[in-house]
Design a protein around this ligand. Structure first.
Ligand SMILES: Nc1ncnc2c1ncn2[C@@H]1O[C@H](COP(=O)(O)OP(=O)(O)OP(=O)(O)O)[C@@H](O)[C@H]1O
Length: 712
């Protein structure tokens, strides 16, 4: 591959930033944000700092005319966790209406063709009646003329049907793509606790089976005897029947009433069954995902039987809710049939007597019989559609429920919106995440927040030159609010130096990493960089300032080169830069020995590489990212001695000049750190160099002693 080769972000997976251009705002689905609780961010006036050099970071109006807010988020040290504000529903009637209105032309065409189709269908029994009248000589019209009218009708109806079905399907497919993308976007900007709460299978289920039910409500219901056509046929038939014979029409009215009652009963009784059905379906996909993603663990424990048992359990629950549903459906079906047969019999008796008495023509009764069947099909179709509608409503309820108890991560979502505002919107992929329905109120809210955030270049330079401090940090995980993991922790990571964090298991070391990464925010206290609270920067900017290499680095199932280039996901990274990073990470040689060199696929989560190789690719990725703050969380603990040396060399290269926090269980690996902090019970209890801490003869000394003993 030539030197001009670029690891260009694929539009479907990555963002590629270009200078600011205006574009429609992120959809309310993606960014329907709750009001900021006063406890999380309050505003204070601020004078504009001269150090802010990148006006685009503040853009709230046209790119060339940045507006600077006088307000700034004030982090007051109180609990930033928001009060319970119920977020707006994700899928609402209003949203569906708004999306439908984007396809006005198709909607009008569908409506017109629907009316024409129904008119054709409803004319057919009338012509059948006339046909019988012509045959018995009760109508003077020549047979050929009548038949040519029928022929035209038969030719027209399929053409209208094609137009109706195609338009409806295209329109709905487009709406569903938008909904899918926006729900995906909404999941993407949830707080990390959302991902603690929901399993991957459940979230996959929302986007596949639940949205699938919503899709089916149109795509499966555009046939002749279903959905809108069935509804329009029922209404049309009743009107025609009353026009033909007000005496006979009530018989079919009874049919309608019976079927409607059965639909209502069906509706009430099946909703919980549908819900249960959807939930079990989600747990099945969850079980499958969990089993196969952990297949090595399953094998190593001989856990196949257990997984089979769990899976069979889910399948049997699925089966029993399926059978319940089927029973409801069959009951409903037979009720409809009984109603039809009773109506037909009544029609034969009453209609026959009226024809005999000369009160009705044979043609009218023949038309009535035809309409009975039209009505039967249409009503049955409506029942089926109601069933689908139940399923779709249950699915929408499930989707809305998932989002009702959790909140989006504002600092991430607003930052993402600001970035997307700078992207040239020339690509359909991004358009899916946007909608025109952007109220002024929302815009003001977003602008206010965004203008209150500090500039990105400011953060980057601050992080290269200032210390990172955790000041009096308290924290408990949102899912376990009663357990205080950090309680008044103070720690300063001096700029450009290495701080090692050691301590017993469960002391809160990884929690500190999670807070520094801003996956969670402290319950109380601050994290600052060069004195600035990190909450005054949006999360995507913060993500650029910090690199994390942990014990089990996650690689994407793309090539080695693309994995390294992911260090700068928004940029076109040249192959030279990728190779440079790989060389510095001691990875170049082994990459060249792979079958396709840098183009070798690494498999799912990097499964086709060894642990040490994965680690060195992760280090190359971090080197390319060139973030000023570096966190190494047990980065070498899973490696053998040879790999560890190679990785350690790479890490030494990576740590140079960066503010580094190293977590390691093996104390031998952190002895040379500039300072060692011992974390215990959610606090830093000892701080100093290796020798200083040994001289103290405190907890660190006993930890070292324990490890020595273990080695001896
Ligand atoms: N996502 C989470 N939700 C709730 N509690 C958590 C979560 N992650 C960790 N904890 C709890 O927080 C406490 C601190 O865990 P943490 O992982 O920070 O410890 P650690 O010092 O890194 O331990 P180790 O050295 O064993 O990795 C533990 O009691 C743990 O059970």
């Amino acid at each position: 591959m030539g030197s001009s080769f670029l690891y260009s972000p694929s539009p479907s997976r990555f963002y590629s930033l270009t200078p600011a251009l205006s574009l429609p705002s992120l959809s309310p689905v993606l960014l329907q944000l709750p009001h900021f609780p006063s406890s999380s961010i309050s505003m204070r006036s601020r004078t504009l700092s001269k150090t802010i050099t990148t006006p685009f970071a503040y853009v709230t109006g046209p790119a060339s005319d940045p507006i600077f807010s006088e307000c700034d988020p004030k982090i007051d040290g109180s609990d930033p966790r928001p009060e319970k504000v119920r977020p707006p529903t994700v899928i609402s009637w209003g949203l569906l209406w708004m999306l439908l209105m984007k396809h006005k032309f198709r909607l009008v065409v569908s409506l017109v063709t629907l009316i024409c189709c129904t008119t054709c269908t409803l004319s057919m029994p009338l012509f059948s009646g006339q046909f019988f009248e012509v045959l018995i000589g009760a109508r003077p019209e020549p047979l050929w003329r009548l038949l040519s009218k029928v022929g035209m009708l038969y030719a027209l109806e399929p053409i209208l049907t094609i137009t109706f079905v195609t338009n409806m399907n295209i329109m709905w497919e487009k709406i569903m793509s938008t909904l899918r993308a926006q729900i995906f976007g909404r999941i993407l900007v949830q707080k990390v606790e959302f991902f603690d709460r929901y399993k991957v299978g459940e979230l996959t289920g929302l986007l596949t089976s639940d949205l699938g039910s919503l899709k089916d409500i149109v795509s499966e219901n555009v046939a002749r005897d279903r959905g809108f056509r069935a509804l329009s046929e029922v209404i049309g038939t009743i009107c025609v029947l009353f026009a033909l014979s007000p005496q006979l029409a009530p018989i079919l009215g009874i049919l309608m009433l019976t079927v409607s009652v059965s639909v209502a009963v069906y509706k009430r009784s099946t909703l919980p069954v549908f819900k249960a059905y959807g939930l079990v379906q989600a747990s099945i996909s969850d079980c499958v995902a969990e089993t196969f993603s952990a297949i090595r663990t399953v094998r190593s424990f001989g856990g196949e039987k257990r997984q089979m048992f769990t899976f069979a359990n889910q399948v049997l629950s699925y089966q029993s809710s399926g059978i319940k549903l089927a029973t409801f459906k069959s009951l409903n079906e037979s009720m409809t049939r009984v109603a039809v047969y009773v109506s037909l019999l009544s029609l034969y008796i009453l209609g026959g007597n009226k024809v005999k008495a000369g009160e009705l023509s044979v043609g009218t009764v023949a038309s009535f019989i035809g309409y009975t069947f039209t009505l039967t099909f249409a009503v049955q179709g409506m029942v089926n559609t109601f069933g689908d509608l139940r399923g779709a409503i249950a699915a929408v309820e499930r989707i809305n429920n998932v989002f009702s108890e959790v909140q989006i991560d504002e600092a991430l979502a607003y930052g993402l919106e600001r970035e997307l505002k700078q992207i040239e919107l020339n690509d359909d992929n991004y358009k899916l995440f946007f909608s025109d329905n952007y109220t002024e109120e929302n815009q003001q809210k977003y602008s206010h927040y965004m203008s209150a955030l500090k500039s990105s270049s400011n953060l980057y330079s601050l992080a290269w030159s200032g210390d990172v401090c955790l000041q009096d940090v308290y924290f408990s995980y949102p899912l376990r609010p009663d357990v205080e993991v950090l309680s008044g922790l103070n720690l300063t990571l001096k700029c450009g130096t290495i701080t090692a964090l050691v301590g017993p298991s469960g002391a809160g070391k990884s929690t500190i990493v999670q807070l520094l990464s801003r996956f969670y925010e402290p319950t109380r206290g601050h994290i600052t960089v060069a004195g600035e609270d990190v909450r005054t920067f949006d999360k995507s900017e913060w993500a650029r300032a910090i690199s994390i290499v942990n014990q089990e680095p996650v690689l994407f199932s793309v090539s080695v080169g693309e994995n390294i280039a992911y260090g700068l996901p928004d940029d076109d990274v040249s192959k030279e830069d990728v190779i440079k990073a790989a060389k510095a990470a001691n990875a170049h040689d082994f990459i060249l020995s792979l079958p396709q060199g840098y183009d070798t696929h690494v498999g799912e989560r990097g499964g086709l590489l060894s642990g040490g190789q994965r680690q060195r690719i992760a280090i190359a990725r971090a080197l390319l990212k060139n973030a000023p703050i570096l966190i190494l969380d047990e980065a070498t603990s899973a490696l053998d001695a040879v790999s560890e040396r190679l990785v350690q060399d790479a890490l030494n290269h990576l740590m140079k000049g960066r503010t580094t926090l190293v977590i390691a269980h093996r104390l031998s690996t952190v002895q040379n750190a500039h300072q060692i902090a011992l974390c215990s019970d959610g606090k830093i209890v000892e701080l100093g160099t290796h020798h200083e801490l040994l001289a103290k003869k405190g907890q660190y000394t006993s930890l070292v002693g324990t490890q020595r003993l273990a080695f001896e």
